[in-house]
Ligand binder design. Structure first.
Ligand SMILES: [Zn+2]
Length: 94
């Protein structure tokens, strides 16, 4: 439990603050697995799969991974937690 600092302002959390906050963000592709029907499979053809594979080959491993799942974990001090809660999605127009 030592050496933990705020990921936003770098303040040491255990010495300077009684409380720290953990932010866990998961960004993942959302889809319903039941959307694929037998008809979809019947209508897919080797050409469409080849095109998809070609598309994936152009991505780096990290890019391909980011398209599906990405996780972030941050530790925040109380002042930074307040700031984060005020704008969890920076750039979003209200
Ligand atoms: Zn902070």
């Amino acid at each position: 439990m030592e050496g933990i600092s705020c990921d936003r302002c770098n303040k040491s959390l255990l010495i300077d603050e009684d409380v720290r906050y953990q932010v866990h963000i998961v960004v993942q592709a959302a889809y319903d697995p039941m959307e694929i029907t037998a008809d979809d499979l019947k209508n897919s053809n080797p050409g469409s799969w080849a095109a998809l594979i070609q598309q994936l080959e152009k991505l780096t491993e990290q890019e391909a991974q980011d398209q599906v799942h990405r996780e972030f974990r941050f530790d925040l001090c109380p002042p930074c937690q307040k700031i984060y809660l005020a704008t969890p999605l920076p750039g979003r127009s209200e």
